[in-house]
Ligand binder design. Structure first.
Ligand code: GLU
Length: 433
């Protein structure tokens, strides 16, 4: 049967789709709807993108330090594996929901295809605020979760990595647990591991570095000097702090930083290295030398050239998009901008480097880590950074050209390229049976 000869199928609404409560998954669906007109005959397969391939919900019971038993809910979603194994991080956060993990897994499919990594998309998460638990409790949680999702993960099937509130130590526990269960050391089952266990040099800064490379390329296209460019960063975790440091090292001025502990501003520039030390000493960004504290919402109104949302989803919405004065937004976080805010910013001429491109540096070096683990041959940090910079710059420039050709935003361009790659693979493979 060919695409031309069949009637439009009736798709039954999946039970998890709640029209009255637009969550991250509905935002993703809207992003796919926007790209469908550009897919030509491949639109025949577009429904594939709107359904995760596989969803696993697990109960994670653990002994707490006080002797009681606590239960947590965890998820692993494999959105698509048409182009290779599922790939994407694991998030520990009190607000994790199935809708969120589904959207994050789909954004991984788009991201991996946009930069042409041979992976599908996956994501996992546990609804927990890890700040309230000891290292022992987090280790037991991680090991039980790994065992539960061990049914579907594996070096050739689905490869987790760090995401919000997870780190190399948690990846080490995951790798060890999986390895114990299969009876061999399987380093390639997760990425973002410590370098002593098959981790890759350059992985910890990779997402922030990619944000910088994409941002610097965008500034060049827009005719804005990097030197002295004012940058406001939301989120000072793995992504935000590395991006701030690398922008700072290249002569940009970090004028504001916002995180869960507060918002600080200094028109003369904040040294992110000193802020990191202040944060680790005092557990807050507030009180940093020569900086003033702002109200949360004032962050979005700041005079700056570049804004880097590097925290969570749905930060830039209809409520604040009108106030944004930045010329360029580089999305370090996944899903920080809603489609309605996208439209407002586009109207105002603000350029957005979308998450699926801007923060792809992390998974790109995860890919390098996975390849190194398989070949047991490790590269130097210079080799890794050079390859990362080249992949990010090339991806940015080719998406810029697609955006220019179709007169669409960079987000739509990224979706055109990525969805085309995924659906071409889908069409070539065909349906089984
Ligand atoms: N969690 C990161 C992301 O959202 C990295 C995923 C990975 O390395 O697999 O892209």
């Amino acid at each position: 049967m060919t695409a031309e000869s069949v009637p439009t199928p009736v798709h039954h609404l999946p039970s998890y789709l709640d029209k009255n409560n637009l969550g991250p998954w509905e935002i993703y669906l809207e992003q796919v709807n926007r790209v469908t007109p550009y897919l030509g005959k491949l639109a025949y397969w577009a429904e594939t993108l709107k359904r995760p391939k596989r969803i696993l919900i697990v109960d994670i019971p653990i002994h707490l330090d006080d002797g009681s038993v606590a239960h947590f809910e965890g998820y692993r979603v494999q959105h698509n594996i048409s182009r290779g194994p599922a790939k994407g991080g694991i998030r520990y956060h009190q607000d994790v929901t199935l809708s969120e993990v589904m959207a994050l897994s789909a954004w991984m499919t788009i991201k991996n295809a946009a930069v042409n990594l041979p992976f599908g998309g996956g994501k996992g998460g546990i609804r927990i605020d890890p700040r309230g638990y000891s290292q022992g409790e987090l280790q037991r949680l991680t090991r039980r979760f790994t065992t539960e999702i061990g049914l579907i993960i594996g070096p050739e099937k689905d490869i987790p990595a760090p995401d919000v509130n997870t780190n190399p130590q948690i990846m080490a526990w995951m790798m060890d647990t999986y390895s114990m269960n299969v009876g061999r050391t399987a380093t390639g089952v997760v990425t973002g591991k410590p370098v002593q266990l098959g981790g890759s040099l350059g992985r910890s800064d990779a997402t922030g570095r990619g944000v910088f490379v994409a941002g610097a390329q965008a500034l060049k296209k827009m005719g804005i000097a990097l030197e002295g460019a004012r940058v406001a960063v939301q989120g000072f975790g793995n992504v935000g702090n590395a991006a701030a440091r690398i922008f700072h090292d290249h002569g940009a001025k970090i004028v504001a930083v916002q995180d869960v502990t507060g918002t600080i501003y200094n028109a003369g520039g904040i040294d992110p290295n000193k802020l990191l030390k202040h944060l680790s000493d005092t557990k807050s960004v507030q009180g940093f030398e020569d900086s003033e504290t702002l109200e949360k919402d004032q962050f979005w109104e700041l005079e700056c050239e570049v804004m880097i949302p590097a925290a969570l989803e749905k930060q830039i919405t209809e409520a604040n998009a009108n106030k944004i004065k930045a010329k360029l937004i580089v999305e370090g976080a996944n899903g920080p901008t809603t489609p309605a805010a996208d439209d407002i910013l586009h109207e105002h001429g603000v350029v957005i480097v979308p998450d699926v491109l801007a923060n792809a540096g992390g998974v790109t070096v995860s890919y390098f880590e996975w390849v190194q683990d398989f070949s047991s041959f490790f590269w130097t940090e210079d080799e890794i950074n050079a390859r990362l910079d080249r992949i990010m710059a090339e991806a940015f420039n080719s998406l810029w050209d697609v955006a220019d050709t179709h007169k669409v935003t960079l987000r739509t361009a990224a979706y055109i390229v990525a969805c085309t790659r995924v659906l071409e693979a889908r069409a070539l493979r065909g349906l089984y049976p």
